[in-house]
Design a protein around this ligand. Structure first.
Ligand SMILES: NC(=O)N[C@@H](CC(=O)O)C(=O)O
Length: 346
């Protein structure tokens, strides 16, 4: 095949940051995606409808001329999120989900939830109003090995949460293990998952063999090959429970290439190309459109996009780095490497 045309995809998990960074990263996503679920882990986090509404305005202002890209906003759940904030969020029509970060799990998660019981009223309101909870599914206990944190989360947090709120719509974000893929497959229809392109393409050897490659360091961390295979099988299964969420997470080059580097892979500049590569490797390019463009809006109860994009089989090389905020540079994943699929642009 030399070209494929798809309904325009959406990104159901995206970090855009704020301030000057917006101008640097919003256009990359706006070129490919119709909409994106915008993560609220700013400093300070986006915890109110009012904050999310003004953050949305700043994102809209960073779109390229003529772009119809639509940011779908989220709120950051804290121990103190009141149920009436959930009602305000739904009434606004601009907030499409609430994000659960266990306190300390990842970048800017210090204000995250310490005990889910404390959020019970807010979560009950979400279940009642049909507002999805997006879950960073890792426990943070110091004694749990970083490679086991997702699997332990399922038993300790996810299952009890769904037992208490069986009607809650839950997206298990950026799943990285066979355990999570199996859990979501067996769960009722109100439970779905996003999968990143990098977890479909890479395992932990790519990050650690022959030298430590900080641009592959993200959370949840890349796992062993058998987990990558299970994720690829889930993504290409045709199940509507699995859909595209890049978790593109920009950090300045100096913050990644550091003695204590930040977690996050910047994949937005070639997101759909990365997914096409993974699906082609699995012999499942015909399943890409469902995963990238149909199942996400179906789960969120939104219309599918009505326009299309075309990918062509054409070699191109990702730049070694790109401009970022405050005169800094940012290194995309697979910087300087050649890709085989390219988004066709006029
Ligand atoms: N994925 C990451 O490694 N980092 C994300 C946070 C997150 O989604 O965990 C970030 O905001 O940098």
């Amino acid at each position: 095949m030399t070209a494929i045309t798809l309904t325009r995809p959406d990104d159901w998990h995206l970090h855009l940051r704020d301030g000057e960074a917006l101008k640097a990263v919003v256009p990359a996503t706006a070129l490919q995606m119709g909409r994106a679920i915008i993560m609220p882990n700013l400093k300070p986090p986006v915890t109110t409808t009012e904050q999310a509404t003004s953050y949305r305005e700043r994102i809209l202002a960073a779109r390229p001329e003529g772009s119809a890209f639509e940011p779908l906003m989220t709120l950051y759940l804290t121990d103190d999120t009141p149920a009436d904030e959930i009602e305000r969020a739904v009434a606004s029509g601009l907030i499409h989900a609430v994000k659960l970060y266990p306190a300390g799990a990842t970048t800017n998660s210090a204000s995250g939830v310490t005990d889910l019981d404390r959020c019970d009223a807010a979560i009950a309101a979400m279940a009642r109003l049909g507002l999805p909870l997006l879950v960073h599914g890792e426990v943070t206990d110091a004694e749990i090995d970083i490679f086991d944190r997702e699997a332990v989360f399922i038993e300790r947090i996810m299952k009890p949460l769904l037992e208490r709120h069986p009607d809650l719509k839950v997206v298990f974000e950026h799943i990285t293990t066979a355990d999570a893929a199996e859990f979501v497959t067996g769960a009722p229809a109100n439970v779905a998952a996003t999968i990143t392109a990098h977890h479909l393409l890479f395992n932990r050897n790519h990050m650690l063999v022959g030298g430590i490659r900080p641009h592959y360091y993200c959370l949840p961390i890349l796992k062993r090959e058998r987990h990558r295979e299970a994720l690829l099988a889930a993504a290409t299964s045709g199940s509507g429970k699995f859909f595209l969420g890049t978790d593109s997470a920009p950090h300045a080059q100096s913050d990644k290439e550091s003695a204590c580097g930040c977690a996050g892979a910047y994949t937005a500049p070639a997101a759909i190309e990365f997914y096409a590569t993974a699906f082609e490797q699995a012999g499942a390019l015909d399943r890409l459109e469902g995963f990238a463009s149909h199942f996400g809006p179906d789960f969120y109860g939104l219309p599918r996009n009505s326009d299309t994009i075309t990918l062509v089989r054409e070699e191109w090389t990702l730049p070694a780095s790109l401009p970022y905020a405050d005169g800094q540079r940012i290194v995309p994943l697979k910087a300087g490497e050649t890709l085989e699929w390219k988004l066709h642009t006029e």
